[in-house]
Write a protein that binds this ligand. Sequence first.
Ligand code: BGC
Length: 731
Amino acid sequence: MKKLKTALLCLLAVAGLQAQTKPVYLDNTQPIELRVKDALSRMTLEEKVKLCTAQSKFSSHGVPRLGIPEIWMSDGPHGVRMEIMWDSWDHAGWANDSCTAFPALTCLAASWDPSMSHLFGNAIGEEARYRRKDVLLGPGVNIYRSPLNGRNFEYLGEDPYLASRMVIPYIQGVQENGVSACVKHFALNNQERWRDRIDVQISDRALYEIYLPAFKAAVTEAKVWSIMGSYNKIRGQYACENELTLNKILKGEWKFDGCVITDWGGAHNTKEAALNGLDIEMGTWTNGFTFSQSNAYDSYFLAVPYLKMLRSGEIPVSNVDEKATRILRLIFRTAMNVNKPYGSLASEEHHNVGRTVAEQGIVLLKNTTGLLPIDASKYKTIAVIGENATRKLTEGGGSSELKPKREVSALQALTEKFGADKVQFSLGYGSGAVSYDKVNKSPYDADKLRKEAVELASKSDIVIFVGGLNKNTQQDSEGDDRRSYGLPFGQNELIAELQKVNKNIVLVMLSGNAYEMPWLPKATTLVQGWYGGSEAGHAIANVLSGTVNPSGKLPFTFAAKLNDYGAHSFGAIAFPGDSIREEYKEDILVGYRWFDTKKIKPLFPFGYGLSYTTFEYGKIASDKKEYTADETIKLSFTLKNSGKVDGKEAVQVYASQPKASVVRPAKELKAFKKVFLKAGETQTVELEVKVKDLAFFNEATHNWTVEPGEFVLCNASSSADVKSQVKIQVK
Ligand code: BGC
């Protein structure tokens, strides 16, 4: 008994001693800032420098001596990417890294529903957590400037307000899991061609009003923990080493307290990177695992060359202290966060999230003969035609490529839905295999495919054509841009021929970009289906069959022709540049701001989307007639579901200032809400606009200015379909 007592006392004493001596940085009950300070005070200069670079393709150094772990990162915005080799881009071939493929971010943006962003962010965050990732490399919020940009599918559309509202809950959802979102690509990476060097010339106004707001919302509202610098140059300086965007705006004006991570290989100069706000340098190309320790990673700009400059005094030690502080903060928020949940991977729940987001994002563009929803009892034979009905669209595309646990194709889901006895398939057209840097030739005989499809269409009661773009290079893919606005692989010709032999054609287009539609006048039924991920097929089948009433709206304008876009109206120097320099000549008039102001009629405007029901908008009213600059305008109007089925409508509020001292767009989105109404139901919709959000960025004073005078606020079902307006005065 005595022995036991002594042993117990000893144990307690040791435990007490341990509790007393536990370093502050390891004590997770202490505030993070205290822990960071303590950890920093224990580190050597060499250890601090190490934190600033990669140690493998997707991880950066920890401090092994102090038990501070490495940071593990993974792409990307649509799902947690398969494991990649330590030193190369090859897939590692693990058996346990299959994920849920969530829809592409364009589809999420098309839902116009921030609650979808939160569901999405939280689910992908849980997958990242399960896969033991600390940083998820996404979401992307570069503004849709041209439909040729190969990476538009990874972004949230053409409007800074829509992108801002949609990105915030995504980031919050991810970070609730103790996983950092890494919003990218900061900034002005609005094309892939020459992305490694193109030097963007832009006005302050366009920068602040169009291209920065979504990043600002990510930093100041969502409190994102990391941000990825882009490859391009901004006013002569690389974005990953940019005094203006990183030091002045991000860390200065927005008070960002997280880490700036390079895009892979985005650093170019030790001193500029060190002094201009870069924290972690990630990259590519090393010579092999054992060799790389003393070779490639040590040669990174922020590795040994940086250490040498710190030792010589060319760069002050305070510079690395600041970076290490930010990196430690990121580690404590993620890798060393003991309160984070365990996460989960490729669960049924996550697949449901993916399907729901895909359903909410699908946009019905045309339904003039009421072919949709498809009443299968009317048809004996249903032809499904088009490569995208079966093609895996989670493969390829660059860094957002995924290895999903499942990917339900449109053909599979439509067959399940309408019955194998009715549905027949014909490829119709074919593209080549996915490749990152070269365009593979199609292995098919195009004439033969077309003839077979036309023949099937001619003897079928209804045709569901599933086409669009794909994830091949020079389509919707990283590293290069589309070369033309038209649909590829002979689809236009094929659609025209199908239209000759069958009147019941439902066109379902899967893409992350707009495209030309020469066949539109003859088309009765058109659905924009995006890239829907694992559950894409089910979402499409649910919408086509009416199980789900479509409610998505376009997050970018579909122009009739390429030169109608602002970026394409000023010749090559405005897009894609002369390979060295590019001038954003359309300035603040991006997307619908351009089309509206210049009175150019698009094929389908920003914010457009139909439903299987109809909505009646009441007249918009404001709570007052006059406001001061710090007030909020309370708006309301009635919305009635005047059709026969329940449905959702994304209502929009745009503002304009008819008389101003600077150019102001014809209208700008200032509020939106997705409203659910039962058939026949009427609701009063209430929305708010802060007067300060009516400001423009004043280049002379470098400030946001609300010019007193009259403003017009309207409720609208798209940027081109204004229902009513109210005029207010700002004093
Ligand atoms: C892409 C990034 C991506 C990174 C890592 C880069 O080439 O631009 O978006 O996160 O690679 O895969």
